[in-house]
Write a protein that binds this ligand. Structure first.
Ligand code: PLP
Ligand code: SF4
Length: 368
C-alpha cells in the first residue's frame, strides 16, 4: 500500500473551520511581500520581483496553496509557480497573446478554433495567479470581466451556432463563481439543444480544493454530462484535500482529467512527471494533456525545448500504466498538435519497423 496523500498543515492561529471555508480562503489571500514573509522566509529576488511586477501581472496566493510551499526554499516547485521572480522581466521573445485568441473570438471571451467546440472564458478571476498563465493578458484585469449582459451575448452566439456541441467553460476560473451564478450559466447552456457536453477548466481542486463542496457537486450532477479538467503540475500538489475534492467530483459522476504544463525546474524530468501522473491516477484523475509552455511574455525561464519534452514522455511509455500518460501537445492558433516520439521507424518491403518501449525494433508484416 502506498502512503495516503498528506494532509496540509493548518497554520497556527487559524481555526480549522475557517481554513476549510473557501470564502475565508479567498478573503485571506496573500497579495504582497509582507503577507508572503509571514509564511515563507523572504528571498531578495522574489521581493524585488514582487515590487517590479505588481502593475504587470497579479501576485495572489491562497493560504492553502501557500501551505504547500517550502518556506525556506525559493526554488521550491510550488513557490516558483506563484511567486514572481526577476527572470520574468527578461524575456524579449515573449508575446501577450501567443495563440491569437482575441482574433479567434466571434464574441467577447468566446474562443473558437474548431468547428464543433469553443473555449468560453466566463470570467477573469482565479483563486491565485500562475506565473506562466497563458491568459496573463486577461486574468485579474477588470476589462476582461464578464458582465451578466456579456455572458448573455455569448450565450446568444452559442444558441445561434448549431455546430457547437461541446462548450468548455474556462477563464480565469469558472469555479470562482458563486453556486447561483454557475447554476444559472449551466442551466442556460443545458437548455440549448445542440450543446451536448459541458466542460469545466478549473484549477480550484489544486489551489482551493475546499471550493468543491457537496452542494457544488450536486449542482454539476444536475447538468450532466459535465466533464472537468483540472491542472496539477507537481506531485507535491497531491494533498489529502485535493484528493478529497477530486473524489467528490468523480462520485458525482464528473469525469476528472488533468492538463499540466511542462515547466523547467518544476516537472521537466521523467521521475517527477511519473510521480505526478501515477499520483493522479491513484486519485482517479486521468492525465489528459501536458502542454508545451507557450512563447508567452515573462516565461522564458519556464520553457523547455520540445525535444526534451518528447524524451520525457517517451521515457514513461511502457514504464507506467498507459492511462497515466498524458498527450504532450503544443497549442497553436489552429488548435492542439500532439508532439510524439516517432515510434514508427519506416517500411522495409512488406514490413513496417517500429521501435518498442524497451528499445527493440519490431518488424510487423504490413503488405502495402
Ligand atoms: C483546448 C481547446 C479546446 C478543446 O480541445 P480538446 O482537444 O477537445 O480538448 C477547444 N477550444 C479551444 C479554443 C481550445 O483551446
Ligand atoms: S489558474 Fe489557470 S487561468 Fe488562472 S492564473 Fe493559473 S493558469 Fe491562469
Amino acid at each position: 500500500m502506498r502512503a495516503p496523500f498528506p494532509e496540509t498543515r493548518v497554520p497556527p492561529g487559524i481555526a480549522a473551520a475557517d481554513w476549510c471555508d473557501w470564502r475565508w480562503q479567498m478573503r485571506s489571500r496573500i497579495r504582497d511581500a509582507d503577507a508572503l514573509s509571514r509564511v515563507a522566509t523572504a528571498d531578495p529576488d522574489e521581493t524585488e520581483a514582487i515590487a517590479k511586477l505588481s502593475d504587470r501581472f497579479h501576485f495572489v496566493i491562497t493560504p492553502y496553496y501557500a501551505a504547500l510551499m517550502d518556506p525556506e526554499d525559493a526554488d521550491c516547485p510550488i513557490r516558483r509557480q506563484v511567486v514572481p521572480r526577476t527572470a520574468e522581466l527578461d524575456d524579449p521573445a515573449g508575446l501577450a497573446d501567443p495563440l491569437d485568441e482575441v482574433a479567434h473570438s466571434p464574441v467577447k471571451n468566446v474562443i473558437r478554433v474548431y468547428p464543433d467546440r469553443i473555449a468560453f472564458c466566463v470570467n477573469n478571476e482565479c483563486a491565485l495567479y500562475c506565473r506562466y498563465c497563458l491568459r496573463k493578458r486577461m486574468v485579474g484585469e477588470p476589462e476582461w470581466a464578464m458582465k451578466k449582459q456579456e455572458l448573455g451575448e455569448a450565450l446568444d452566439w452559442i444558441r445561434a451556432t448549431p455546430e457547437i456541441r461541446d462548450v468548455l467553460l474556462t477563464g480565469g476560473d469558472p469555479l470562482t463563481f458563486s453556486d447561483e451564478r454557475l447554476a444559472w450559466l449551466l442551466g442556460e447552456l443545458r437548455a440549448i439543444d445542440h450543446v451536448e457536453i459541458l466542460r469545466l477548466g478549473t484549477r480550484l481542486p489544486v489551489t482551493l480544493p475546499f471550493r468543491v463542496t457537496p452542494e457544488l457537486c450536486r449542482l454539476l450532477a444536475d447538468h450532466h454530462p459535465v466533464w472537468l479538467n483540472t491542472h496539477f503540475n507537481h506531485p507535491r500538489e497531491l494533498s489529502a484535500e485535493a484528493a478529497e475534492s477530486c473524489d467528490r467530483l468523480t462520485r458525482a459522476g464528473v469525469p476528472v482529467g488533468n492538463q499540466s504544463v511542462l515547466l523547467r525546474g518544476i516537472n521537466d524530468d521523467p521521475a517527477t512527471m511519473k510521480a505526478l501522473c501515477e499520483g493522479l491516477v491513484r486519485m482517479r484523475v486521468r492525465p489528459y494533456y501536458c502542454y508545451q509552455a507557450q512563447l508567452l511574455e515573462g516565461t522564458e525561464h519556464f520553457r523547455v525545448p520540445v525535444e526534451r519534452g518528447i524524451e520525457i514522455f517517451k521515457a514513461l511509455r511502457g514504464r507506467t500504466s498507459g492511462f497515466a500518460i498524458p498527450e504532450y501537445v503544443l497549442d497553436t492558433p489552429h488548435g492542439k498538435v500532439p508532439l510524439q516520439h516517432r515510434w514508427l521507424r519506416g517500411r522495409d518491403g512488406d514490413d513496417v519497423l517500429v521501435e518498442t518501449w524497451d528499445g527493440a525494433i519490431w518488424r510487423e508484416p504490413n503488405p502495402g
